[in-house]
Write a new protein. Sequence first.
Length: 139
Amino acid sequence: MPLWKIVHTPGLFTETDRTQLSRDITDRYEKAGLPRFYVVVTFAETDPSNIYVGGEQRPTVRVEIAHIARHQDGATGRRRVAQWVNDVLATHLDREGLHWEFHIDETSEELWMINGYVPPPGRSEAEKAWRTANRPMDY
């Protein structure tokens, strides 16, 4: 499961912007082999008085990403994923005067369940079945 928590100052995203960014994120993970329902994106608009960068208030987007379904081995793989995330975000966030950043945590898949199911191993036939059905089920 990738979980994207997007915290931002007001007025940066319309509903259409949020929908498009969420779909762009989900599409990328689907192309990498994950079921679409693994991808969760949340938006939390935060009052400007509650976001400071370098001790100052400014228009900001801060993205916290948890990767659980897939992990990268080595610095090269992790850097490739960071660039991949950067490419997705830059399309939506590369704006004059906007401070934006992200980080990615990798959490053990052993600490993850969906609707009470332990997800199948990555790239397994069971995961492919989940992907096709776009929902968790017995395997």
